[in-house]
Design a protein around this ligand. Sequence first.
Ligand code: ADP
Ligand code: MG
Length: 459
Amino acid sequence: MRSSIGRRISLSIFIVIFLTVLIFEIVFVMGVNEFYYGGALGILSDKALSSANFYNMYLRYEGLYNKASTIMGNYEEYDKAELQIVDIDGNIIMSSTGYLHTEKLDVSLMRNLEVGEIYSWQGRINITGEEVIAVSTPLIEGNSIVGYLRFVSSIQEIKASVRDLISKAIFLGVFILVLSLILAVALSRSIVRPIRHLTDVSRNIAGGNFDIVARKKYDDEIGELADTINFMTNEIKKSNNLKNDFVSSISHEIRTPLTSIRGWAETLSENSIDTEETKQGIGIILNESVRLTKLVEELLDFSRFESGRINMNFEKVDLNLLIKDILKQYSIKFESKSLQIVSSLDQNITYVNGDGDRLKQVFINIIDNALKFSHEKGMIKVTTASTFKGANVIIEDNGTGIPSSELPHITEKFYKGKSKQAGSGLGLSISKEIISLHKGTFYIDSVEGKGTKVSIGLI
Ligand SMILES: Nc1ncnc2c1ncn2[C@@H]1O[C@H](COP(=O)(O)OP(=O)(O)O)[C@@H](O)[C@H]1O
Ligand SMILES: [Mg+2]
């Protein structure tokens, strides 16, 4: 594992599981010990106490040796426990095994015992080396302690069982640790791998490869990041396309008028031309300069809209008056194409709230399009109608119309479709922006070969 986040994840998971397993093992070992040793000790103690109690009561005034003989006589060896009678000095005077230990017991700790109390000991028998537990409890004669009743039991078997259980538990613990380590590594990989993939993708994008797609495996935070990266590359691609569209569309739009200006300027610089031609040339130079100025203004507007630096001056606008002005302004152009202009203006409209200059710009753009895409002797119809909230303006023509494949795109920036007409492709896009800043509605219907209808709703 090279990456540190993967190592951190697997390490922390491993540490948590390790500690859990460790605590579990400790508790388990303690529990097993308590259960086995404690259990064995409990049984022996109960046995010792009940026997001692019994004989202390019924043989209270018998001497130790007499007591011992009776006790031994009645003892049945169930539990492989050895029963011993020990005198006050620690000599084992009788044993249920018959074997008399020569060794003396250390009774210093038993001396403090009261009747009915137990002293327990765990250790090794010196001669056999066997591990045992022993419990001792006092025997009395009259009122004084004269010896002890002692049970001794081997714990070899218990030890073996305990050891067996503990080793099984340790084995299980190690198994869990190994398994958890594998799972932790797998988990951290499953997190780190997609991150690494996204890093690769980002690096590619930074290097200019915008066609790369970030893979999304799960619908989690990393998947969301992949989506965001893909969205980002798409946006970059779009803005790249916009830039390319801009350059190709605008350089064409600039070149055409420049070519004719230059051509006429060259022609005019030759002295031999007549006044008629001079007039025509200057007229064209003027027209083309106007066209260039209009283009530059559209570009400036475009950049203002793009950067959001557009100021609207809202005021009360007389829509009908505005439309009448524009139609008057365009009358010569309409005549030159022999267009029939039909206007139907609703006198009920009072005022709408808007930026007069910007609204004028919108209607000019649309009427300009209608003019541009109309056939000779065509018809343009301008209608205004008051509505519940404000007013509608509808501008219709029976010109070329727009192919249905182009219709969804015509309000995109720099989009001109198949049109060979002069224009930046910005007019409708700017118009739509302006209307949306007025919180108005903007619809275009068109049938190719039949005509186009632009409807604008204002409030
Ligand atoms: N009235 C219309 N009739 C036919 N086509 C139109 C009309 N208005 C717009 N279009 C189409 O929509 C395109 C975009 O229009 P616009 O944004 O005004 O740009 P431009 O006029 O500079 O070409 C035009 O190039 C043309 O293809
Ligand atoms: Mg236009």
